[in-house]
Design a protein around this ligand. Sequence first.
Ligand code: SAH
Ligand code: SF4
Length: 468
Amino acid sequence: MEEKNTANENTAHYLSKARALIEARQQKAGRRLRAFTRHFGCQQNVADGERIDGMLAEMGYDFCDSPDGADLIIFNTCAVRENAEDRIFGNAGALKHQKARNPGLIIGLCGCMVQQKHIAAKLRKSYPHVDLLFGPSALPKLPELLCRKLEEKGRVFEILDPTAEIAEDLPVRRESGIKVLVSIMYGCDNFCSYCVVPYVRGRERSRGHAKILDDVRGLVGSGFKEIMLLGQNVNSYRDGGKDFVGLLRDICGIHGDFRLRFMTSHPKDCSRELIDTIAECGQIVKHLHLPVQSGSDRILEKMNRGYTARQYLDIIAYAKEKIPGVSFTGDVIVGFPGETYEDVQKTIALIREVGYQSLFTFIYSKRAGTAAEKLDDPVSDEQKGIWFRELLDVQNEISKAHYEKLVGSILTVLAEGKGKNGEGWLTGRTGSNIIVDFEAPESLTGSFVQVEITAALNWALKGNLIKI
Ligand code: SAH
Ligand code: SF4
């Protein structure tokens, strides 16, 4: 699915310049040029990736599924944990030989990892085969940077102030014609002590309320069935007098057959009014992704999260009371500096009380430049691993029970296409984002259907289509 929009002036100028340069290269090569891109990390990076791909398509690139045979390779990186970065170093290192075989190959790294000074310095020094380095805020400059490279002006580095102006209307290339990501705000002001995001994505800035509404209206009009509003902290969205609740209510006023989800919500900004809005608006899914990080007040304070475990549980209790059938997912970090086994037990107790549908669990990863970097971290990695597995076992048990409880119920599923079960089967997702496989004709792809759940599998459900 490709959409063409009017890019801002600078981007538009370089898009057409790059198109001409690429066309000349294509003529010389006697074939179309191919790009291979991979977008790691969070949904925001996926949304950025859709813009990268959109600009590349606009410049004339075809896309290929493997780096072999590509003329341009771009890795859009994540910096949230060290293992994400190690993966990129590994992937980028592996391209050295390919570049040696094909000196015309252009290799680019972008995204949050590149925005960090020490990483950019390491890439510049020890990865000389990488041609392009640019941070998330330089994304609209991709056509310009590529022009510089195509004109043989050497390696190109563009790491800007992370709090850049929001670039609207860049070209987009999406995988799905059914579900769509809509960024509503960028950056983060929360400075949780473990987190690198505020440093690499800059200060919070919200997109214009009217512009978002216009975009959503257009997307619903062109047939998208699921709108996912995105931001590091969506519930601190603000444009003039409009806050997140106002935005949600206005989007729900748009006429059309669609459902609305959003992430990520921060518990400290999760008001009763927001929960009432979820309860009242039919289009909003009855599911909240609400990362808690820890169930211990001592650790929450050290994390600078701005709430206590009790305050978090009060929100959950209010949501359970107001929204029938509501389900929750969240994020938890194990092994934060100074955490003890007693703290982990408090997190486990909280997990049991909430009864999460599923949980994203992470072992703490020290990030350069964050406040937690300087804290004493006496617990060994082995010990953290043992705590982590204990917590995961509890959550797996809770998830299993949650899925099994759904057997026998009738759920609304958005059919997304053919599943892994082969001919005659479709796969889709419930409002709370659980995968459901069911027998149905392919023509139902892209519609909301009612499915009676017959079995709970590992991380998915199976059911029968209810014929209306
Ligand atoms: N803005 C979102 C997402 C942030 S990153 C939010 O606040 O929820 C996604 C998750 O990664 C976080 O919720 C946290 O659980 C995890 N995370 C962030 N920094 C981390 C670190 N240094 N070590 C381990 N996990 C981390
Ligand atoms: Fe990171 Fe906290 Fe901001 Fe989420 S809210 S992006 S965890 S600083």
